[in-house]
Write a protein that binds this ligand. Structure first.
Ligand code: DQA
Length: 144
């Protein structure tokens, strides 16, 4: 089981709850992080959550917290589609990386159909709403 999990949220995800709720739902980022913390605690895992609107700050977080994590859940926001320094930072990690998108990016504008992160991620969950994060966490917590 993965014991030390880091959750990273990219640009504009601090606005969840108020941001285009038809697309992203009504859950706030704080409520999502609280749900993840509760599930991790029940499993005896340590979980830390970070958010930034700045690519360099996300890279710093990956160098710091991501490096020591043994599982990473990341929603890179729009950086998904062009954030090459974010991708390069993730590529350094040995831990599994789950890329999560609240909306189904493949049903949306063509620019959202490309992920520069996907080739360095272990897997991707897209379109299952905020519960996609919980599903990613369940996978990291699996006992096999
Ligand atoms: C998103 C999808 C991205 O295209 C968008 O830029 C976001 C959120 C999602 O969670 O559905 O900021 O990653």
């Amino acid at each position: 089981m993965t014991r030390n999990i880091v959750v990273i949220h990219g640009p504009n995800l601090n606005m969840l709850g108020r941001r285009e709720p038809v697309i992203y739902g009504a859950m706030t980022l704080a409520a999502i992080d609280a749900a993840l913390a509760e599930r991790a605690a029940a499993a005896g895992a340590a979980l830390r959550c970070f958010q930034s609107n700045h690519e360099g700050a996300l890279v710093d977080m990956i160098h710091d917290a991501g490096w020591s994590a043994d599982g990473v859940i990341i929603n890179p926001g729009a950086l998904t589609h062009y954030g090459l320094s974010l991708r390069d930072a993730l590529a350094m990690l040995k831990a599994p990386i789950i890329e999560v998108h609240i909306s189904n990016v493949y049903k949306r504008e063509p620019f959202r159909h490309t992920s520069v992160v996907a080739p360095v991620a272990t897997g991707q969950i897209t379109g299952l709403g905020w519960r996609g994060y919980l599903l990613a966490l369940e996978w990291l917590l699996r006992e096999d």
